[in-house]
Design a binder for this molecule. Structure first.
Ligand SMILES: [Zn+2]
Length: 670
């Protein structure tokens, strides 16, 4: 500590001008350095998790052209500047009584530690729930039990509390150290100028309004970042004047800000001259298939066997791997009877697909007529032999499976025979051998001449991760291990998947042998189908229900009798009418409407699609407005299509509006 030599009193003053200015420069640069550091951390995390800049698994909208990168950085820097200035102003205020370095300390806590903490929490959640954080998923993860779900959540909360405690202790030690190390009497930093703050906020506001309206991948990238997401979300909420849930900021913004009945995904009321949802003008209803009422079969009554093979793609027929046929049994049945490929799933995931197969509807309600209820009322002996839990997602309840079945065997009942240790309901899987054993000791041991029988088999071998210990090497020697599955191993993943399909096909052969051995093959209607397809990294995706295309939404329908199936295209909700005609000995009905596809709930889908003749498939993303002529691999903003292509897109929108309108009308009837 120096003293001034020319006055008598010893007044302490800051050490030396050089040290003081060094401190001032360092302190002034600190907030910028901290913001730069946390920004780099966030962008690196986002790229690792979502492929923000590099693209990859699950990411079709990478920020990867110079224009997109420039737009992204403009928005990102604006948002980071806003929270940087706000954090700095708050730090100055909170630390106004402390030492000169206290604002920097508080800023490090707020914009450094807190920001990174929120980032960590967000990525931790996403690592469990992928992109869709929802309580329903949390419940599934807890094995369907609410208590398990909360316990599961608690262990995470416990970890978070420990982290917060460690951080607080670290902050306390850092404060003590700094108080000892830094010299007293340092100059205080001033607050940022108001004009600068105002200018930064105006720039951000302009970016938040304009960038989402460009439809650029930059807008989707920005939605992956914390400050942009929080700030635009708040602005969107604040600008939602008509309280319809959509404001002026965001990719899905309100184009009618003062009309609560018009917003994205608004119910389009037909014939009122108003385009409530902003797609396809006012809704003009298209004719839909009338839901099939309850059926009773009196005479003849052939046996019915339905085999559902999980995730089995439409291109399974004729598929060869290492020169070996994947599905020789399926091919033999198709050759003698008939096949339609692809047959489309409406939603591309298991539970809703099974409901459609048995109810004959896209979105059945609990208690609606179903094949199970029809055959029960017609005096059939009914057996369920499923490698998955049929209560999952309300399948059994919706189509009356458990209540109709005389024998009910599923993965829940065979829980102790599950193929994987993980016991959450959504991932229970039981090998086909156990299902056939259950069949042999029950329905299979009965006299089928005396009474008509209905057996439903659900084979789960082809489910992700495409291999379990019960699957022998059928078309490949070594299956890929679960942990090794990745886009860089696409070929091995595909071979493993086809090996699993081959396994399901082998068990299909066993089912056919059993029926033939009982001497009732000629009097049995057998159909084989998948519940949906599977993308195997063909476009970077693994799984189903993500993107509307024939691989994810297409499966097969094979029947053992010729003339039983109508011509393509058809979808799962058409099966019940086809079977009804077959049981009456009538010719197959032509589907009343082409296959309608959607991702997400029918009321609020993120994408919709329609299959046409000759393998055409049209899709429209309602969140981004991007339409695709899928079979041509051509995607563009929907408004840029003209002529026949525009008509295809309009047909998708009209069909969605009509399905949705009917659903609302039926809900009001109740
Ligand atoms: Zn499935």
């Amino acid at each position: 500590m120096a003293t001034t030599p020319f006055d008598g009193d010893l007044i302490p003053v800051p050490e030396a001008p050089r040290a003081r200015s060094a401190w001032t420069r360092l302190a002034a640069a600190f907030p910028f350095a901290l913001m730069a550091f946390v920004s780099l951390v966030e962008l690196a995390l986002a790229d690792r998790k979502y492929g923000l800049f590099t693209g990859g698994f699950g990411q079709s909208r990478a920020v990867d052209t110079p224009g997109e990168v420039a737009l992204f950085l403009a928005g990102y820097v604006a948002a980071q500047s806003v929270i940087g200035l706000a954090g700095w102003a708050l730090s100055l205020r909170l630390a106004r009584r402390g030492p000169a370095w206290a604002p920097c300390f508080v800023f490090a806590l707020l914009n450094g530690a807190l920001f990174c903490g929120v980032l960590a929490a967000q990525y931790q959640l996403h690592s469990y729930f992928s992109d869709a954080v929802g309580f329903a998923l949390l419940k599934q993860l807890g094995g369907g039990s609410l208590v398990d779900a909360i316990l599961f959540g608690l262990s995470e909360i416990g970890l978070a509390l420990i982290a917060v405690a460690a951080l607080a202790a670290g902050a306390w030690i850092a404060w003590k150290l700094l108080a000892r190390l830094l010299p007293p009497g340092l100059a205080r930093l001033s607050a940022p100028r108001r004009s600068l703050c105002a200018a930064v906020f105006v720039v951000f506001l302009a970016a938040a309004f304009a960038i989402p309206r460009t439809g650029s991948d930059a807008a989707f990238g920005l939605n992956r970042t914390l400050a942009w997401q929080a700030l635009t979300g708040t602005l969107d909420l604040a600008s939602d004047v008509d309280r319809d849930g959509y404001g002026l900021f965001g990719i899905q913004h309100d184009t009618a800000p003062f009309d609560g009945s018009r917003h994205p995904l608004a119910l389009d009321v037909p014939g009122n001259g108003m385009d409530e949802d902003g797609y396809g003008g006012d809704l003009a209803l298209v004719p839909l298939a009338a839901p099939l009422g309850p059926q009773v079969f009196a005479d003849n009554r052939p046996h019915v066997v339905i085999v559902v093979m999980e995730s089995t793609r439409g291109d399974v027929l004729g598929k060869r791997v290492n020169g070996k046929p994947v599905a020789p049994n399926l091919e033999a049945i198709a050759a003698a009877g008939g096949a339609v490929a692809p047959a489309y799933s409406h939603v591309g995931f298991t539970t809703e697909s099974l409901k459609s197969i048995f109810s004959g509807q896209i979105a059945p309600r609990e208690g609606d007529p179903s094949l199970f209820r029809d055959l029960k009322a017609s005096g059939y002996r009914i057996g369920v032999f499923s490698g998955q839990p049929e209560d999952f997602g309300g399948i059994s309840e919706t189509v009356g499976m458990r209540e109709s079945a005389d024998v009910y065997v599923d993965a829940e009942l065979l829980r102790d025979k599950r193929a994987f240790d993980f016991a959450a309901q959504g991932s229970l899987l039981v090998d086909e051998s156990h299902l056939l054993a259950a069949f042999d000791s029950t329905l299979g041991a009965e006299d089928w001449q005396a009474r008509p029988h209905f057996a439903y088999f659900n084979f789960q071998s082809p489910h992700f991760p495409y291999h379990h210990d019960g699957v022998p090497a059928r078309v490949v020697d070594t299956p890929i291990e679960r942990g090794a599955i990745g886009a860089d191993k696409a070929e091995h993943v595909q071979a493993t998947y086809w090996n699993a399909v081959a396994n399901a096909d082998a068990w299909l052969g066993e089912v056919v042998q059993r029926i033939k051995a009982k001497g009732v093959w000629e009097n049995t209607v057998l159909i084989v189908t998948g519940d949906h397809g599977e993308d195997l990294f063909e476009d970077g995706f693994l799984g189903h229900g993500h993107v509307i295309n024939a691989r994810q939404f297409g499966t097969i329908l094979v029947a053992n009798r010729p003339g039983l199936l109508p011509a393509a295209p058809l979808a799962l909700a058409d099966y019940r009418a086809i079977l009804t005609a077959a049981l009456r000995g009538a010719s197959p009905p032509a589907p009343a409407a082409p296959p309608f596809l959607h991702i997400g709930p029918l009321d609020t889908p993120t994408a919709i699609g329609l299959a046409g003749p000759d393998g055409t498939l049209t899709s429209l993303r309602l969140d981004t407005g991007e339409a695709c002529m899928v079979e041509r691999g051509e995607c563009a903003p929907h408004k840029t299509f003209t002529g026949a292509d525009k008509a295809r897109i309009d047909a998708v929108i009209a069909r969605w509006g009509s399905e949705r309108w009917r659903m609302h009308e039926r809900a009001e009837e109740r």
